[in-house]
Design a protein around this ligand. Structure first.
Ligand code: AMP
Ligand code: ZN
Ligand code: ZN
Length: 408
């Protein structure tokens, strides 16, 4: 073979695949990284030291706040964000819930239930995307460990709260370094420390500042890592929280056993919201014993739950639901939240309470710069994710409208 022929073969073997790779990388739709900072109140953005979060807000889009779903708990809200459905429609009606059909209790720690698809209704965005040929990596997102609709995400991990933030960020950067045919189009990332600090010390600046700094530092490492790979401006980054945090104190406790004998009912969960399961014949007397019992506890029969919560339709919603006013806790001799301290923080309250507001930030090639959006509900985020990923969405309770002003 002559010299020209040899050069042509070398070019074909080495340069052409690289050229193709570069072409593929460039034409690939930007990856979406959805980051959840559990329990991050939008006012922390101004009150705490978080330069990286502020940079995302100023370089991209910030919502005044996002309205969580009721109950303002971790699993219901995370699952509403990725399905576009209210808890009454997707079935994750609480972190701890009883299903009368299964005659089973779901808790976040019960691995055999968390990984069982029977609890998880609706279609999370990773299932929508995988069905349409994309690869996804919902990393530590509630629901990601179950084969929902018979479909698993390409990449997922068993939830491990002890995994360091840096290890989580490294995992995301490793996925971002995969060749285009293996790289996920959607990655999620989760941080729980701000929620933990809020529970322990309340939502004051001094209480959460250290936890916020730690998350912000991890985000800084992620942004730097993307920048080094020349991917920062090619990635759509969305940062959300699932709910806010209200200050609680021992003096604001509603001791339920002062009003009813707890042996005659089955209570599920304690704190801001309590589900009371009673046989149909006993609903009225229990309701009467509890309604008006305490000025800071609202008592709802299932049919009377407010329309705006879209909550009451599901079989996992108890015949009676107790909801405490902001900052109040429903407790009992069986559950005393004040063993270690007389102060703290909690969430789960009415989603209209300002203390329960959630965070929304977005930055990347699909977003305009410096836009501040008016408040919107978390159920709309699924539509935004579907739009960014270029997949056809399923029918949900949300739509793309709240984001029109923010999109390029
Ligand atoms: P809560 O504040 O009670 O609504 O729940 C927050 C807690 O949920 C966090 O402290 C985490 O430890 C836990 N958590 C978050 N994501 C998961 C998950 N995917 N699986 C199990 N537990 C989780
Ligand atoms: Zn949470
Ligand atoms: Zn929490």
């Amino acid at each position: 073979m002559n010299r020209v022929g040899r050069i042509a073969i070398v070019l074909l073997l080495f340069a052409f695949p690289n050229f193709l790779w570069a072409q593929q990388t460039d034409t690939l739709r930007p990856t979406v990284i959805l980051i959840s900072i559990d329990g991050f109140r939008p006012d922390y953005l101004d009150s705490t030291d978080c330069p990286n979060l502020r940079w995302l807000a100023s370089e991209g889009v910030r919502a005044e706040w996002m309205i969580p779903v009721f109950p303002t708990k971790t699993f219901p809200n995370h699952y509403s964000i990725v399905t576009g459905l209210h808890p009454g429609h997707h079935g994750i009606t609480a972190n701890t819930m009883y299903d009368p059909k299964f005659d089973a209790l779901f808790t976040m720690r019960k691995r055999e239930e968390v990984t069982n698809a029977r609890w998880w209704g609706g279609e999370p965005i990773w299932v929508t995307a995988e069905k349409q040929g994309l690869k996804t990596a919902p990393f530590f997102w509630p629901g990601s460990e179950a084969p929902i609709g018979g479909k698993r995400p390409t990449y997922w991990l068993r939830y491990d709260g002890s995994m360091s933030y840096m290890a989580r960020v490294r995992k995301v950067l490793a996925w971002m370094s995969e060749p285009p045919d293996r790289r996920p189009s959607l990655i999620t990332l989760y941080f729980e420390g701000v929620d933990h600090a809020g529970h322990e010390y309340g939502p004051s600046f001094a209480a959460v500042d250290t936890a916020v700094r730690k998350v912000d530092g991890a985000l800084g490492t992620l942004l730097e890592g993307l920048d080094i790979k020349n991917q920062l401006d090619r990635t759509n980054i969305i940062v959300v929280s699932d709910h806010g945090m209200a200050a609680t104190e021992k003096d604001k406790t509603i001791w339920l056993d002062e009003y009813i004998g707890l042996d005659s009912v089955r209570t599920v969960d304690w704190g801001p919201i309590v589900s009371v399961w009673v046989d149909s014949g006993h609903v009225q007397p229990v309701f009467q014993a509890l309604s008006g019992a305490h000025p800071h506890m609202k008592v709802y029969r299932k049919a009377d739950l407010p329309d705006r919560w879209y909550y009451r339709d599901h079989r996992r919603v108890a015949p009676i639901t107790l909801v405490a006013d902001d900052g109040w806790m429903i407790a009992s001799k069986r559950f005393n939240p004040w063993q270690r301290s007389d102060h703290g923080g909690n969430h789960g309250y009415d989603n209209a309470n300002p203390s329960m507001r959630a965070l929304f930030l977005a930055r990347g090639p699909s977003f305009r710069r410096g836009v501040v959006l008016p408040p919107f509900q978390v159920v709309h985020v699924y539509s935004l994710l579907a739009h960014l990923l270029g997949v056809a969405p399923v029918q949900t309770d949300g739509n793309l409208e709240p984001f029109r002003k923010a999109l390029r």
